[in-house]
Design a protein. Structure first.
Length: 369
């Protein structure tokens, strides 16, 4: 009973077409049964092939972090310091600012070499290098920034006394026709003022110059030939007295009018060559410079030094001139006025003639009125 039922069920589930195509069905089932194991085997990857694929795929690495603190030389925290992180395999850099406590941090940083550049206003930049390992929290060394060195423009200003010294050395080379000293003329319109020492040195240079001795001797000879100052007599003794008196005049005029009083009154004893402008303006300038002079402060002022120097020298000359030739107060003032006129004439020669005859004069811009 049971066997019959099973046979019937099999017959019902597998029906062979009665049209003669049943052989093809059995053939197809047979081929399908043979192909199924091979197909199943082809869909499974061999163990060794899977292992080789596993070795080719990159193993992901855990990122790390970098932390640190920025300090100043005293150990205090530096807030808002700019920290730049540069990774070896990345083009762009990351930046962070330190907090009020000086701390900074970078998170999710891939492992590998890195470089930190720390900079803050008023401090010199500092660079640190290190290597971050997988999953590591790298604690950067405590960084104490050094104070930045201020860059200042160094302007070296030569002291005025040194500038004046160089200019005086040039003036001491000036000689009319290469012989007669022309030391008291400045061809530098804005020449540095002379110190007291330089004023005395310049007076001394003129006083002991060989030409001064020669000119003094010639004047004494003319005076003796004209029998001026008869109280001195004639002969060698009379010539010597005249020579001594004339040289004493040179010394007193030079030192009182060009050194002592200019030092006390802070005035410049030199004549400042104009050399530009109309002829009329140059004439007026030369004449005016007989009674005015340039002060050490660069401003024009009355030439008290020269005027008082002439009066003082005239008064002192009464000590060594013969009694009958001594000048009274009236004559002394008259001689001072004559001296002013002589100075004006000398200035006119300086402005229009002597400059062309003076050797060793360096070219400078002409003075301005």
């Amino acid at each position: 009973m049971k066997m019959g039922a099973g046979k019937k069920s099999l017959d019902q589930s597998v029906r062979i077409p009665s049209d003669g195509s049943g052989g093809f069905v059995w053939l197809g089932l047979f081929v399908l049964l043979l192909a199924s194991p091979a197909l199943a085997q082809s869909q499974q990857t061999p163990p060794e092939t899977a292992a080789s694929l596993g070795q080719q795929l990159p193993v992901p690495q855990l990122p790390g972090s970098i932390i640190g603190i920025v300090l100043d030389p005293s150990g205090a925290a530096v807030a808002r310091a700019r920290v730049e992180l540069k990774l070896e395999d990345q083009i762009t850099n990351q930046e962070a600012l330190s907090g009020d406590d000086g701390q900074f941090s970078f998170v999710n940083i891939p492992p590998g070499p890195f470089q930190l550049t720390i900079a803050a206003e008023g401090f010199a930049a500092q660079t640190l290098s290190g290597v971050l390992h997988e999953g590591e929290v790298y604690n950067a060394p405590r960084t104490a920034l050094a104070l930045a060195t201020k860059k200042t423009d160094v302007r070296v200003e030569v002291p005025r006394v040194e500038v004046a010294e160089e200019q005086v050395k040039e003036e001491e080379q000036q000689r009319v026709l290469g012989i007669i000293p022309n030391f008291y003329v400045s061809y530098v319109p804005d020449a540095a003022p002379l110190s007291s020492k330089q004023k005395f040195e310049l007076a001394w240079k003129v006083t002991v110059d060989p030409v001064t001795f020669v000119v003094t001797g010639a004047i004494a000879g003319l005076q003796q030939a004209n029998n001026s100052f008869r109280g001195y007599g004639q002969g060698a003794q009379g010539y010597g007295k005249r020579y001594g008196a004339d040289y004493a005049n040179v010394v007193t005029n030079n030192f009182i009018g060009n050194a002592i009083l200019p030092s006390l009154l802070k005035q410049d004893p030199r004549y400042f060559y104009k050399g530009s402008g109309s002829t009329r303006s140059r004439i007026l300038y030369a004449i005016a410079n007989s009674v005015i002079c340039k002060g050490d402060n660069g401003h024009w002022q009355p030439n008290y030094s020269d005027i008082l120097g002439s009066l003082a020298a005239g008064g002192i000359s009464n000590l060594y001139y013969p009694a009958q030739d001594r000048n009274g107060a009236k004559l002394t003032f008259e001689n001072a006025a004559i001296g002013i006129g002589a100075t004006a004439a000398a200035n006119l020669l300086q402005e229009f003639v002597i400059r062309k005859l003076t050797s060793n004069v360096r070219s400078h811009d002409p003075a301005k009125p």
